[in-house]
Unconditional design. Structure first.
Length: 302
């Protein structure tokens, strides 16, 4: 058994998954030699990718040291919230070390817009995509200014007229050089956010069905006054007695709840075939109901 003595430590914390050595007392020569050995192993083409990550961590630990952060609070919820903040800060710092930093507050994204102006798309579809990205790059700065209670459009215009890291400091309601004030974002975070957003948008543009929340208060399928009014208009002014859209559709078929769609049979005073045809036309005129077919049901069959 060969034991390599690199240095001495004042405290060792050994856990289930990790070991932390504190208050190191190594000699500089021994430590530099070990770091050189790790760097040589990292540059070796035969080293596997997972081993490279571990080697980078070991080199970083030996060269930069280790900081221990003690987090406390008056409640478990407060401690958890502070831990999340510290973890976010650590991840942002690691990302900044990897790829650097850019001005925060959405300024870096606004500085990318002139590059889009120089692109020459081959067709209208590509131009549409460029326009979508151009509009999306304005949103972060626009949202920050809107949340600060100022004229968001004016803030975006003024920042775009500036250069370098000139941007808007929402906390002080001032325009300044953001990097000097510490308002920064890791380049990796901004880049991956933009790439992920483009990936999701590309997926949505090629999918056939998207399920989302219905927000239009005038949609006749909503159970409110707007829905009933739109349904009354689609049915040629028929009075629904203040019922919501889906309730009214159910009532027209003489059945309660959602099950009334299948029973929209004869309307009093008209023939069955004509009533079904008229009901079909009325239902198909409702947004979202274009594919619904209404059929007469002969009650004598049951």
């Amino acid at each position: 058994m060969i034991v390599c003595m690199i240095f001495q430590v004042g405290e060792a914390i050994i856990g289930k998954d990790s070991t932390m050595l504190l208050q190191g007392k190594s000699t500089p020569e021994t430590l530099e030699r070990r770091i050189k050995e790790l760097e040589d192993e990292l540059q070796d083409p035969a080293t596997k990718p997972e081993q490279r990550d571990r080697l980078r961590q070991r080199i970083s630990t030996l060269t930069n040291g280790v900081a221990v952060i003690h987090i406390g609070g008056t409640s478990e919820v407060e401690v958890g919230e502070k831990k999340d903040r510290v973890n976010d800060a650590l991840n942002a710092t690691r990302a900044a070390i990897e790829e650097g930093i850019v001005p925060g507050g959405g300024t870096a994204l606004l500085r990318c817009i002139p590059q889009l102006e120089d692109l020459e798309p081959d067709n209208e579809d590509l131009q549409l995509g460029i326009d979508i990205v151009r509009n999306a790059l304005r949103v972060p700065c626009l949202t920050i200014a809107r949340n600060a209670g100022v004229d968001a459009a004016m803030v975006v215009a003024k920042v775009m007229n500036g250069s370098d890291d000139f941007g808007y400091d929402a906390m002080r309601d001032e325009y300044a050089m953001l990097i000097d004030r510490g308002i920064i974002d890791p380049t990796k975070v901004v880049r991956t956010a933009l790439q992920d957003a483009a990936g999701v948008a590309s997926l949505l543009s090629t999918t056939e069905v998207v399920i989302t929340e219905l927000r239009d208060s005038k949609d006749p399928l909503l159970g409110n006054d707007g829905g009933a009014a739109a349904l009354e208009e689609a049915l040629g002014g028929m009075d629904l007695g203040g019922m919501g859209g889906m309730e009214a559709l159910a009532a027209l078929g003489g059945m309660g709840g959602m099950g009334g769609m299948g029973g929209m049979g004869g309307m009093g005073g008209t023939s069955s075939s004509s009533s079904a045809q008229e009901m079909n036309e009325a239902v198909k005129s409702i947004p979202g109901m274009e594919d619904v077919e209404v059929h007469d049901i002969d009650s004598s069959q049951f």
